[in-house]
Every structure is written in C-alpha cells, then in structure tokens.
Design a protein around this ligand. Structure first.
Ligand code: ME8
Length: 557
C-alpha cells in the first residue's frame, strides 16, 4: 500500500462456482480490469478485487450433481477461474474466495455486531425462493408472472401464506423464469425495512451512487414500493458460514457474499485499520443489472447499520445476448472465453466487448460483428499504421527514430492537426472513463489512429524519400528540405503511435506493451503518469524501431 497515492478501489461481483466462467462473467471482469489499468496509469493506488462466491445452496447442488465434496469442487473450479483470468490478462490485486479464513471471520464479526445492535432478530420465513439466483421473492413480485408445471410436491398461487403451497402450480422466477422452490423455516432476519427512508434520502443526496440512470430509477421505485425485512440465514443449508450465536444456521449466501468487499479492504482485521480507512468506501462496484437490488438496497443498508460508509458508485452494465437471449452458465448457452481468445487474440477479444457494446446497455454479440471490428479497427487502422510506419522507418531511417531537427513547429499544417488531436486526448479520455464509457474512450483514441493514417497519406513519406535521395529533378536544396521534412513526418507519426499505445494499454495491454517494446520504450501498462507521458514530443530520437510480426493478422470472414 502506498499511502501517499489516492486510493481507487474497484470490484467485480464474486461469481458463483457452479460452472467455469463464460463470456458474461468475463465481460464484467474485463471492464473492471480496463478501469483498474487505466487508473493505475493515472497514478492511483488501485485495489482491484475479484473472486468467487463459494457457499450456498446453488454451489452445493452443483457439487452434489457432480458427485463431489463442495470444498473439492470449489477448489477445482477456483483453478479454472484463475486460469481464464490469466489468459484474459486480468490484473486483479486480490482473488477473494468466500471460503477464505479472513472472510469467514469478517462475516461472523459483522453478523454478531448487527445481532448485538438488534438489527438481526429471529423470525420465521415462508415463501418462494429461486435457487439458481439465490433470491427470495415476495408475493407482489410474483404477480402476473408465468407459472411452471405442477411438480406434485410443492406449488402455489403465489399468495403470502404457507397454505399457498398447496396449489398445484409452481410460480416461475420473475428474473430467470425457472421454477421457484417453496421455503418454510425459522430464520434470522435483518431489519431492512427500518432503512427504507434512510436509503431514499441517501440516494436523493447522492445522485451518482447508482448508475446508469435507468437502474437508479428502477431501484428507487422498488424501495418506494416498501422494503421487507430480509432473511439472512438458512436452517437447512450446510454449505455456508455458521452464525456465531446459533451454529445450527448458516448465513444466507448473499449476506456472506456482499461482505467480501469489506473483507478485502481490511475491515475488522487487527493491524489493517489504517488500510481500511484508506480503502473504504470503494469507488466502484461493477455489477450486472441482475444483481442491482442486492448492491443498491441490501448492501448500503447493511453498511449503514454497521456504521460504515457507502461505496461511491454501483454501476450496472447490461447483458450480453446471443441471438437476443441472455447468455448464462445455467442455461448452457454460454460460449467459452478461451475459444474467442484463440481466434481473436486476447486483445482482439477485450477490444470488441468494450468497443462494440455500450457499457450499461444490453449488447447483442455476434461472430460477424467481432470479425468486422477486428479487421476494420485493429488489423486495418491500428495494426497497419504500425507496420507500414515502422517499415518506412526501417527503409528510410535505418530503423531508428529520426532526429526531427528540434523544431516541430516547422512541420506543416497536417502535423499540427495531428498534434492537436493528441494533445486534447488526456481530458477527453478521462471524461469517458469517469462515466464508464469505454466505447467513447476508444472512439477518442481512434481519432488519433485515424489522424495518423491520414497524416501519412497526406504527407506521403515515400515521395519525400524520393526527393531526398535526389531521385527527382529538384536541386540539392530541395533534397535537403525533403530529408528534413521526411524526418519530421516519420517522427510525428511515431509519436502519435507511442501515444496511442499509452491510451490503448488499459484495454489492450499486451499489444500496447509490444508496440512500446518495438519503439525501445518501457511498457505502456506499467506507467503511473499518463498525463505527463502523453505530452507531445517525448519519443527519444535514436531509439531503435523494430518492425516485428503484424499485431493483428487479418481474419477471413
Ligand atoms: O450473481 N451478460 O454470481 P454469478 C453480462 N455470486 N454479464 C453477465 C451475464 C451476461 N449474459 N451473465 C452473467 C452472482 N454476467 C453472485 C454475485 S456479488 C457480491 C455476488 C455477469 O456467477 C454479471 O456481472 O451469477 C452478473 O452480475 C454476474 O455475472 C453474475 O454472476
């Protein structure tokens, strides 16, 4: 921890360990990773947390179905998750698992605190539960929702009474549309209803807490509809953290899971008090829109009850859809991330999802669109710029960054345009990242890629090289002027490439670092002073420029 730097703490959801990661879970993780990398480049002391939600009935059921002990099952899948994140170049600082000893201790400490303060009490629960979503549904949530087939054992008309379980139709989950399960047991409850007014006031006073706007409105109208106390323990689920004051109950998996965000920041851990003060509250919780209520209703209420500050922002992105349908592990329509990495490369993959899907909205993804983005933006615009420019430097300047003569203002008008695009980029890109607009940030950077390509066309280095070598009718003076101008043009274009590499490193770290290496520079992804380093004219003359293989070989459709 570097206390002198400002903290930037961001998190992904912790994923259920019921199957290996798919494109949806990878999407959140890549978006958070790009933000973590960008903030590190800007000089923040970043804590980027991801991990696994390992307890609960759903994970236990997946382990049972596979004939495995739950701990063995989660241990094996944790290896798979880490491996996928490694291949996707995810730069997390901690990979938390809810079975970690520090986490279980924090969950128990927080639960005890809320029990002692009277925020947790014993009651009895009867109602519908969605196992795949690990969600309790209130009767009014189920009104008008479709009903599944009778299963002979349980079923109801959705009324708020155990008697309702005598019907013969099982309601379907309003979210995932799978049949619900009737639950009737003694539980401990968290007094969520007591925090309704506080939460509404808080959201009012902190308009940026929930984003985007549509999700904020959704949460507000849900809260205004009335909050019920939340069952936070399960009497018949073994695979969970036992309550400290009543070990016959395990913690409701969502209660356990949300707390991971403060465990990783150092909450209630002797010796980590200063760190916790530095890290908490988090700057952003990244979540999919499916889990916004947990993060924007239950989580702030729990924190407030425990006397802790609320995270600055919860941002919900949309779903990735294939042929109009949500991709999910349990639906089995999920593509494996590594298949796409094989085809598009890790950076082609990362770029596509952040550039083509507008963050915050649902996005249809398709192979054709992916090939189109890859060939257009990456192979043609960016890859080609680097390869043809570096080849020209090899041919005309012995593979070294030319000395442009020290006077960039002598460069003609096109050069000035290029510099202008590059110089305004820092503020424009930052504004995009501040509002989690990845596509916007990449579009800004592409202005410079396009300007550099145009610049090469307009200043035609190949013609300048011909004049400089005396291959035209112009005199010696013309040749000297053309040689100087050729150096200026190549220098300016190389400088634009260096700056593009810096700005693309958050999304495409491997390629950006490779471009820097070819220019004889330190890796773009390791810098912590983007504002200074993105200034024009810092590329040292004389550096060797290596051509290398194409960065993004063209793909056949
Ligand atoms: O909900 N498109 O875990 P989970 C985009 N353990 N994102 C998607 C997606 C899709 N089709 N499908 C899943 C849980 N996601 C809890 C979280 S946090 C304290 C506990 C992403 O494995 C999206 O981020 O079901 C969503 O919120 C998350 O995966 C759900 O992951």
């Amino acid at each position: 921890m570097t206390a002198a730097k400002e903290s930037f703490y961001l998190t992904t959801p912790i994923y259920y360990v019921n199957a290996a990661p798919h494109l949806g879970t990878a999407y959140t993780t890549i978006a958070a990773d790009a933000m973590a990398r960008y903030r590190r480049q800007c000089g923040y002391d970043v804590l980027f947390l991801t991990g696994l939600d390992e307890h609960g009935q759903k994970v236990q059921a997946a382990a049972n179905a596979a004939g495995r002990d739950p701990q063995d099952w989660v241990d094996a899948l944790a290896v798979d998750f880490r491996e996928v994140w490694r291949q996707l170049n995810i730069s997390y600082d901690r990979f938390i698992r809810t079975t970690d000893a520090d986490h279980t201790a924090v969950v128990r400490a927080l639960a005890q605190k809320l029990y002692d303060s009277g925020d947790i009490y014993k009651g009895s629960y009867h109602g519908w539960y969605c196992l795949p979503d690990e969600t309790y549904w209130a009767p009014n949530d189920l009104e008008g929702t479709p009903q599944g087939a009778a299963d002979g054992t349980e079923g109801a008309d959705g009324a708020d009474s155990a008697d309702s379980a005598t019907g013969d139709r099982v309601p379907l989950c309003p979210d995932c549309h799978r049949p619900l399960t009737w639950v009737e047991e003694e539980n401990y409850f968290f007094r969520l209803s007591a925090y309704q007014d506080w939460l509404l006031d808080y959201c009012e006073a902190h308009p940026d807490f929930i984003g985007p706007e549509t999700r904020r409105n959704e949460v507000l109208s849900f809260v205004r509809g009335g909050l019920k106390d939340l069952s936070i323990s399960r009497a018949n689920v073994d695979w969970g953290i036992p309550l400290p004051w009543d070990e016959s109950h395990t913690m409701y998996v969502w209660f356990d899971a949300l707390i991971n965000y403060i465990t990783a920041a150092g909450y209630a851990q002797p010796g980590r008090e200063e760190e916790f003060a530095h890290r908490w509250p988090a700057q952003i919780h990244y979540v999919g829109k499916d889990i916004i209520r947990f993060h924007c209703v239950i989580w702030p209420a729990l924190l407030h009850a425990a006397g802790l500050p609320i995270p600055e922002r919860v941002f919900a992105h949309g779903f990735l859809l294939t042929r109009g349908e949500k991709m999910s592990k349990s639906k089995g329509n999920a593509t494996r991330p590594l298949d796409l990495v094989e085809r598009f490369g890790v950076d082609g993959y990362r770029y596509y999802f952040l550039r083509d899907v507008s963050f915050g909205q649902d996005g249809n993804i398709s192979d054709e669109a992916m090939v189109q983005r890859y060939n257009g933006d990456l192979a043609n615009d960016w890859g080609n710029l680097v390869s043809r420019l570096f080849n020209m430097v090899g041919k005309y300047r012995d593979g070294r960054v030319p000395d442009y003569g020290g006077d960039m203002t002598a460069d003609a008008a096109e050069g000035a345009v290029l510099r202008d695009v590059a110089c305004g980029l820092y503020d424009r890109v930052r504004a995009c990242y501040d509002r989690l607009d990845y596509a916007g940030a990449l579009t800004e950077v592409w202005e410079l890629v396009k300007a550099a390509n145009r610049y090469l066309e307009e200043s035609a280095p190949w013609t300048l090289a011909k004049i400089a070598s005396g291959g035209t009718d112009g005199g010696e003076q013309d040749a000297r002027a053309a040689a100087l101008r050729l150096s200026q043009v190549l220098y300016s274009a190389l400088e634009a490439v260096r700056i593009v590499a810096l700005y693309t490193a958050a999304v495409m770290p491997a390629t950006a670092d490779e471009v820097c290496a070819r220019l004889g520079l330190a890796p773009a992804s390791a810098i912590d002073n983007l504002a200074e380093l993105s200034a024009w004219g810092l590329l040292p003359a004389g550096n060797e420029v290596r051509v290398g293989d194409p960065l993004f070989p063209r793909l056949e459709k």
